[in-house]
Write a protein that binds this ligand. Structure first.
Ligand SMILES: Nc1ncnc2c1ncn2[C@@H]1O[C@H](COP(=O)(O)OP(=O)(O)OP(=O)(O)O)[C@@H](O)[C@H]1O
Ligand SMILES: [Mg+2]
Length: 421
């Protein structure tokens, strides 16, 4: 690595004072890289260190835009730093930065007026007068990352060979920091894309399943109309309504997951809400030989809670419980399937517990089930239920606790702040 060799030379040839200054700079830059996570700020600090160690009036850091093959100012100290940031330099020898980037070697210009690379555009736009300048390339392996420039040596006529060596080391440290940040951003982006792909795949699968139900009921309706079969028409309408309900819930869940909703509390009787949900779900549970047992707090007052949020939460938890109990009963019919719903009220907090004797959830799985689009139900689940449930509870200032043992069942218990009326 030429930069490291240069630094060693510079260390060998340095006097004691210079050596101390160098070691301090490298230590400080190392510390900056370790402790500052914001790339812009990190580069800004590295450039300030660079200015100090080579005794320059000001400095800039240009990054290479691979797409447009141009260099642009990422950091520009000096009086008109912000206006410099609009300037883009082509990757050719019409500027010192361009020439440094193409040749991949440092360029030290003792007097810019005598340099054929000198491009006065930046000076004109910033009212700054450059006397001398040192530019070094930033690269990782063979990849060009950008160029660092220091301008106007304060003491002395121009930048020295020692300055060049030191700046090369600082440039390679900055290059590592930039590359790490770029890799991290790329990784985040590919993770986001992968998650999106997974989500789209899951939803498409689910919708395809619903569409199959819709197509089936449509052809049944056709037959029923042709044959004037009223009973068949009624049956088909049940399937049609179920399919509509599934799409409706999917859209509702996706909206509340992506947008969130403002809690809309009203004076309600939580036990009444549970009784309504019981009426709604009991038929589907008993068709699977599952008993729903209610244990409702008889002293429950009328409370100030959001009934839609509460209904959505309990419906999601009961639907999951029915699925888990049914899945277990297919493998092992004993004990008989049961779901217990308990409510109680204390310290202005409403607590609702949904317990089942279904499959239970392994410890490893307990960490994953809250992630949107995570489902073990193939095309019959979207994996949005728990993600939305948890979000709605948290938006209402409540908490959700899970206790589950694989093979024995699960208990989801949520609490919502609920002042009495
Ligand atoms: N009571 C439960 N018992 C066992 N496993 C459960 C229970 N509740 C949730 N799970 C597991 O958590 C996963 C995620 O649940 P979630 O409600 O988010 O999605 P889903 O039920 O698969 O689909 P949907 O979005 O249609 O509700 C389920 O696929 C299931 O594996
Ligand atoms: Mg669910």
């Amino acid at each position: 690595m030429p930069s490291l060799q240069g630094a060693l030379n510079s260390v060998e040839n340095a006097d004691r004072d210079h050596l101390v200054r160098l070691s301090r700079t490298f230590l400080r830059v190392e510390e900056i890289i370790d402790s500052v996570s914001d790339l812009q700020r990190l580069l800004d600090l590295i450039m300030r260190e660079s200015e100090q160690v080579v005794d320059a009036e000001t400095s800039s850091l240009l990054l290479f835009d691979h797409l447009n093959e141009e260099l642009y100012f990422e950091i520009a100290h000096g009086p008109q730093g912000e206006s410099v940031k609009t300037i883009r330099l082509p990757l050719d020898e019409s500027s010192i930065a361009g020439a440094t980037a193409i040749r991949r070697v440092p360029i030290n210009i003792p007097d810019v007026r005598e340099s054929r690379y000198w491009n006065s555009q930046v000076d004109k736009e910033t009212d700054f007068q450059t006397r001398n300048l040192l530019a070094v390339p930033m690269q990782r392996q063979d990849r060009l990352i950008g160029v660092i420039e220091v301008l106007n040596k304060r003491q002395g006529v121009c930048f020295t060979e020692q300055d060049t060596d030191v700046l090369m080391v600082l440039a390679s440290l900055a290059a590592i920091a930039i590359e790490n940040a770029q890799l991290y951003e790329e990784k985040l982006q590919s993770e986001r894309l992968a998650a999106l792909g997974q989500a789209v795949a899951g939803i498409s699968h689910y919708i395809k399943n619903v569409l199959t139900g819709l197509r089936g009921s449509m052809s049944l309706i056709d037959t029923a109309i042709q044959d004037h079969e009223y009973e068949l028409l009624e049956k088909s309408m049940v399937v049609l309504r179920r399919s509509y309900g599934r799409i409706h819930h999917l859209v509702r869940d996706m909206l509340s997951y992506s947008k969130g909703r403002e809690p809309n509390p009203r004076a309600v009787s939580p036990n009444e809400i549970i009784l309504e949900i019981f009426d709604l779900m009991n038929e589907s549970a008993s068709s699977k030989d599952i008993e729903i047992v209610l244990d409702l707090d008889k002293t429950m007052p009328i409370l100030w809670v959001d009934p839609d949020a509460m209904e959505g939460i309990v419906l999601n938890l009961i639907t999951n419980a029915i699925d888990a109990v049914y899945e277990r009963s297919l493998i092992n019919p004993n004990p008989p399937g049961k779901i217990w719903i308990t409510t109680y009220y204390a310290a202005e907090t409403l607590t609702v517990c949904v317990r089942d004797n279904g499959t239970g959830i392994s410890e490893a799985q307990q960490k994953r089930i809250w992630t949107a689009f995570y489902s073990t139900k193939g095309s019959s689940g979207t994996g949005l239920g728990l993600a939305v449930t948890r979000k709605v509870i948290e938006e209402a200032g409540g908490t959700l606790v899970l206790n589950s043992t694989l093979g024995s069942g699960s208990e989801f218990s949520f609490s919502l702040p609920a002042p009495p009326i």
